[in-house]
Each structure stands twice: as C-alpha cells, then as structure tokens.
Design a protein around this ligand. Structure first.
Ligand code: NAD
Ligand code: DAU
Length: 364
C-alpha cells in the first residue's frame, strides 16, 4: 500500500474534488496533508470547503489559488509542499459548454493536464535523473472517452477510445498524455474513467441538481431530445472511495473503470426524482410532471453509457455502497437544506472570494 503524504488535489473546489477532500478528512486512518490547487472558475466555490478550512487550514489543509496551465505557479506548489501525490480533478467538465466554446476545454483539460504531468516529472527527478518511486499521479477521467453504446454492451478498460464531444475529446487527449508519461518517462500514473456522478455540491448546470432546483422553483424541466438517452449513475462518495483505493493500491500504468451498474433513461430518472422532491416539499408530483418540457437535443448527444467495472471490483475489492434511491434522497435533502449555497450561486456572490481575498491581501 502506498504511503500518500503531501497530496496535491487539483480542482478541489469543484463538485467531486471537494467531496474527495471531505472524504479524506473523514477517514480516521488518513494523516497526510492536502493542498487544494484550484483556479476558481465558475465551477469552483470556496464555500464548498469552508468548514474544512476552519478545522484543518494551515495545518493539514492548504488552498492555492491558481491555474494548472501556469507552469511557474505549479512548480512553486510542488516545491513548497514537497508534493508526493497528485490527484487531478481540475477540468472544464460540462458537455454543453464544450459545444458552445471548446477552447477553454483544450486549455485546461489538455494543456493544463500536460503542465501538471510535466511539472510532476521534473519535481520527482532524483539527482541521477531517475524518478522517485514513492510518488503517484492519479488522473481522473470519464467514461465519455469511449463514445456511445447502442442498447447492448458495456465499456471495459479495453474499449477503444471514440470521443464525440469537444469535452470528451479533450479528456481523451489528457488520458493519452497521462499514459504517455508513464510509458515514456516511467512516471507512476494511474487512471480512472468514471460514469455520471451525483450528490451534494454539484454545480446546478448538471442534470440532477438543475432539475431539483427547477422543481423547487416551479420552473420547467428541460429534457433533451426524446429523453431516452441512458447514463450510468454513481453517488459521488462511492466514486471517491474507488479513487482512493486506486491511489493506495492500483497498479501504475493501469486504467480502472468506475461505474454504478445503474443505468437510467433520463426521463425515468426524472420521474423518480420528481417523486422524491414532491414528497420532500409536499407538492403534487403530477403538477411537477406537467412542467417537463422536451427541448432541442444536445448536438451529437451520446445515446448510452454503461460501465463494466469488474476490474476494480475483482482486483481492488471496490463496490458501490449507496443505492440510487437513497443517493437521490440524500442529494435532494442536501439541496433543500443549503439555501444560502444556492443563493450565492444565483447572485454570483460565491465568485467574489477572489476579489475580497486579494483586496484584503493588498491592504496588509
Ligand atoms: P467541476 O466542474 O465541478 O469542478 C472542476 C474544478 O476544476 C473547479 O473547482 C474549477 O474551479 C477547477 N478548474 C477548472 N479549470 C481549472 C484550471 N485551469 N486550473 C485549476 N483549476 C481549474 O467538475 P467535477 O464534476 O467535479 O469533475 C471533476 C473531474 O471528474 C473532471 O476531471 C471530470 O472530467 C471528471 N468526471 C466528472 C464526472 C461527473 O459526473 N461530474 C464523471 C466522471 C469524471
Ligand atoms: O459520464 C460522465 C460525465 O457525466 C462526466 O464526464 C461529465 O463531466 C458530466 O458532466 C456528465 O456528463 P453528461 O453530459 O452525461 O451530464 P449532464 O448532467 O450534462 O447530462 C446528463 C444527461 O441529461 C445527458 O443525457 C443530457 C441530459 N440533460 C442534461 C441537462 C443539463 C437533459 O436532458 N437536460 C438538461 O437540462
């Protein structure tokens, strides 16, 4: 088992990254330090970890505001904290945005990933140019790199890459760079490709939180195309437990698929979610169902994703622990209980951290 001590988490202020940091600090056997490096794009939110900052800040938790494409900044972070482990979540993550404007996806997902990989390679060189052995770069990726399935079959780790959106093309490119650094330079890299996550702190542009908030607000529920596209849903904590297992025990150079074995047509997911929300807010489910609106389909909308995750189950002993209904209930509960978090996103207040923080620093 690897001893992971000074862990650089890129994108730790986003949805999965902040849940990962929470997960690590909740583990009794974790005693390392976490350095959260995040540019605070529209998807990054300092409020996601304010309690962690209060409890562990300056001791075992550190926040470094900056861009993974900024090489001198990244190099400084590696040196200052003696980083021995990277878990790389930072990305532009929303497919619809990648269709509207692919450039940021190429910059962050491709150039940014390469910058992190190359900075790690340089920071982890011994004086004789060999690489340290007590280090690890874990790259977080997506099932979308495999393309789209018809009604049958599953993505395995051997499925050829066939990305079809600018987002998945940029993630596929970053995956290739990560493995190229393993094969070419011997950088200890592990990689995971996960299916759709849901849970607390997800930015309300993604299907599950967008629909929950629209239901609460009585707004229409926009369903793309015929609503029969299929995704494989996994509660974010189960994803993060899998990531940690790979980091501790995964084989360098290997890829692990992570999935919920939980396929849902979007429209059926929506019906289930409506029942849960209606029950929670004491509303008539039929009234909410009447707000479903079929809208123009996403360009190049992948029809079906489904993951075969037998490798991580058999080799590392991972299994999903949260069933879908329970996970959705917890998620609905969280969005209903965190009104200020939602309001700060609606008003844009959450993005004022940078402005406030830097003006305070310049006053000192
Ligand atoms: P997110 O959009 O919620 O968060 C991304 C984070 O990265 C934000 O905090 C943002 O500020 C930060 N970031 C963006 N550009 C940056 C840059 N140039 N430099 C530094 N930080 C930057 O994303 P998420 O949903 O938490 O996804 C995290 C990772 O998991 C991504 O790599 C994504 O491709 C992958 N993934 C996501 C899902 C999913 O369902 N959400 C599923 C599989 C894989
Ligand atoms: O599969 C893993 C991927 O899952 C991750 O790599 C991505 O980062 C993450 O965003 C997610 O991508 P999707 O495109 O599958 O997620 P999204 O929530 O955007 O959409 C889920 C499905 O719901 C998809 O078929 C499109 C549909 N949809 C989405 C939205 C936002 C709608 O019908 N209406 C909507 O308003």
């Amino acid at each position: 088992m690897r001893a992971l001590k000074n862990i650089l988490v890129s994108g730790g202020a986003g949805f999965i990254g902040c849940n990962f940091i929470r997960f690590l600090f909740s583990k009794k056997d974790f005693s390392g330090r976490i350095i959260n490096l995040d540019a605070l794009s529209y998807a990054g939110n300092m409020a996601n970890l304010s309690d962690i900052e209060t409890q562990f800040g300056g001791d075992r938790y550190f926040f470094e505001h900056g861009n993974i494409c900024d090489r001198p900044f990244v190099e400084r972070v590696f040196k200052e904290y003696d980083i021995d482990t990277v878990v790389h979540f930072a990305a532009e993550s929303h497919v619809d945005r990648s269709i509207l404007g692919p450039q940021a996806f190429i910059e962050t997902n491709v150039v940014g990933t390469w910058t992190l990989l190359d900075s790690a390679r340089c920071a982890w060189k011994n004086t004789d140019n060999s690489l340290r052995e007590d280090v690890l770069f874990h790259h977080i990726s997506t099932d979308e790199v495999y393309g789209s399935l018809t009604e049958t079959g599953y993505f395995t780790e051997k499925t050829p890459y066939d990305p079809r959106s600018p987002y998945s093309a940029s993630k596929a490119s970053s995956d290739h760079f990560a493995l190229a650094y393993y094969h070419t330079y011997g950088l200890p890299v592990t990689l995971s490709n996960c299916s759709n996550n849901y849970g607390p702190y997800q930015f309300p542009e993604k299907l599950v939180p967008l629909m929950i908030l629209n239901m609460i607000d009585g707004k229409r529920l926009p369903v793309y195309g015929d609503g029969k596209n299929i995704r494989d849903w996994l509660y974010v904590e189960d994803h993060n437990a899998a990531v940690w297992l790979i980091m501790e025990k995964g084989k360098a150079g290997d890829t692990y698929n992570i999935g919920g074995e939980n396929e849902w047509e979007n429209i059926k997911l929506l019906y289930t979610l409506i029942d849960i929300v209606a029950d929670k807010i004491k509303a008539d489910p039929q009234k909410i169902k009447n707000t479903i609106t079929f809208v123009q389909d996403r360009l190049g909308h992948d029809r079906r994703y489904a993951i075969d995750c037998s490798k991580i189950k058999n080799n590392l002993g991972w299994k999903r622990t949260v069933n879908f209904k329970e996970g959705l209930e917890r998620t609905v509960e969280w969005y209903c209980a965190n009104h200020p978090w939602i309001e700060n996103i609606r008003t844009g207040e959450y993005q004022r951290w940078i402005e406030k923080n830097y003006s305070q620093r310049s006053k000192k």
